[in-house]
Design a protein around this ligand. Structure first.
Ligand code: AMP
Length: 114
């Protein structure tokens, strides 16, 4: 999609610190990390957020959660714990309207989230 920063990263038009990539998803380091480990798991297909999903998107979100577990193990945060966050709407902090899942780890986290 035109003017989507994550579509441009996926297309290689904007540089990123890539952690994993395959035909379905891209995983990069967040440019403004909010924890010692802060990754973004991004489906390559553009849709804004949960409100924009249809049935054919069901599979990729399950895949992302499984990959998040694999990456957490590889990064050594599986035992200490990690948090997955996905914002839906500007009112709760979504700033990039191409769905993505934050994987955060490496510090203590409070609940409820702020
Ligand atoms: P959200 O606020 O949930 O939409 O998350 C968007 C995230 O994308 C933020 O944590 C930003 O720091 C991150 N971000 C924005 N631009 C880039 C970029 N060029 N490379 C990596 N992360 C980015």
């Amino acid at each position: 999609m035109q003017n989507c920063i994550f579509c441009k990263i996926i297309a290689g038009e904007i540089p990123s610190r890539k952690v994993f990539e395959d035909e379905r998803i891209l995983v990069i380091e967040d440019v403004t990390p909010q924890a010692p480990l802060h990754l973004l798991l991004i489906p390559k297909k553009h849709y804004a957020n949960c409100l924009d999903m249809d049935a054919q998107d069901d599979e990729v979100t399950g895949y992302i959660f499984r990959k998040a577990g694999e990456i957490a193990r590889l990064k050594g945060v599986d035992q200490s714990g990690f948090r997955i966050v996905q914002n839906n709407g500007a009112g709760v902090g979504q700033s990039v309207f191409h769905i993505h899942f934050h994987l955060l780890a490496g510090r203590s986290f409070s609940w409820p989230p702020g």
